[in-house]
Write a protein that binds this ligand. Structure first.
Ligand SMILES: [Zn+2]
Length: 67
């Protein structure tokens, strides 16, 4: 397994447990999480777009509800 800084590529020990990269000082935990969240977010967005399209089709087929 490769453990390195996602930002500057500095090699880190597998047992490096500090939160910041010793070289560039970027937040390793948060940086990685941010990337993961972004990936998840993109996937979720794609899923949501599909769902939205589906719901749009569904709605257009349903009669409008009266209040
Ligand atoms: Zn770094």
């Amino acid at each position: 397994m490769d453990n390195k800084c996602p930002k500057c590529g500095e090699k880190l020990s597998l047992f490096y447990i500090k939160q910041e990269c010793p070289k560039c000082g970027c937040d390793l935990v948060y940086y990685d999480m941010e990337n993961r969240l972004r990936e998840d977010g993109e996937k979720a967005e794609a899923e949501y777009a599909k769902l939205d399209e589906f719901l749009g089709k569904l709605k257009s087929k349903l009669p409008k509800r009266k209040k």
